[in-house]
Design a protein around this ligand. Structure first.
Ligand code: AP5
Length: 243
């Protein structure tokens, strides 16, 4: 797959695994939108929309927002023209129901010859040690202006609490408090792990070691995307299809 080619990716992994960090890099590299359900929900909360009002207290407790609300939000985002050539989904699907919904949605709306890559996202699971997750989440800081993600322990900004790019004061996410982090990790174990099983059973799950430094994790992901794209092209040629 060249950098300009179509690219559809789903990132799975626990809170703090580095999904957002990697999704931004991959989206930039392949020129497709980074669609983070967490960011979309936080934006709705900040704007006080109907969805935001429903999601606010659920997110503050570290629980998952109901499937129907999140699926509607994702559907309208995926239908926007900038997702035409692909997308990076970060934080979705997060339940087995969402995973089933996504497959059905992509099949109905997008799978035809011109959207084959979009219909079959590469599913990448980012694995990280539990203690490392806690360190990453408690140290995370985010720029409210450009969205760049820092970590005071692992990837600090040049000047304390200040974005290197635009000088904004960095923020701590509302759900990065220890008691909420525990709840989020529990929700992951209970509700999101079955999503990995779902893709594994379909032979679509690829795993990367997320404990490594950011550039090394990126290298593994790019390799996985390119490898899967090559397999898809080969399978397509064998079956007589083709874009
Ligand atoms: P969401 O925003 O999706 O949060 P999350 O899944 O808990 O994931 P995080 O954003 O915390 O972690 P990340 O893996 O992106 O890590 P990051 O790159 O930031 O969801 C928030 C809430 O919204 C949910 O709790 C739920 O309520 C709701 N929600 C969202 N989607 C939903 C859905 N589909 N259904 C229902 N509800 C939904 O990195 C973390 C830190 O580690 C950073 O400081 C970073 O600098 C550092 N770091 C990253 N990679 C490395 C590395 N390789 N080495 C060292 N440090 C690293």
């Amino acid at each position: 797959m060249t950098q300009e080619s179509k690219c559809a990716v789903v990132f799975l992994g626990p809170p703090g695994a580095g999904k957002g960090t990697q999704a931004k890099i991959i989206a930039e590299r392949y020129k497709v939108p980074h669609i983070s359900t967490g960011d979309l929900l936080r934006d709705n909360v900040a704007r006080g929309t109907e969805l935001g009002l429903q999601a606010k207290s659920i997110m503050a407790r570290g629980e998952l927002v109901p499937d129907s609300l999140v699926c509607d939000m994702v559907a309208s985002r995926l239908r926007q023209p900038d997702a035409e050539m692909g997308f990076i989904l970060d934080g979705f699907p997060r339940t087995a129901a969402q995973a089933g919904w996504l497959d059905a949605f992509l099949e109905h709306e997008f799978i035809d010859n011109s959207h084959r890559a979009k219909g079959l996202p590469v599913v990448i699971q980012v694995n990280v040690d539990y203690n490392q997750l806690l360190r990453r989440l408690t140290g995370r800081r985010t720029c409210p202006a450009c969205g760049r993600i820092y970590n005071i322990h692992l990837q600090p900004p040049r000047v304390d609490e200040t974005c290197d790019i635009d000088g904004s004061k960095l923020l701590i996410r509302n759900d990065d408090r220890e008691e909420v982090i525990r709840e989020r990790l529990a929700a992951y174990e209970l509700q999101t792990k079955p999503v990995a099983d779902y893709y594994w059973s379909k032979g679509r799950l690829l795993s990367v070691n997320g404990d490594l430094p950011v550039p090394e994790v990126t290298t593994q992901i790019v390799r996985a995307i390119n490898q899967r794209a090559k397999c898809a092209v080969e399978a397509n040629n064998v079956s007589g299809g083709g874009d």
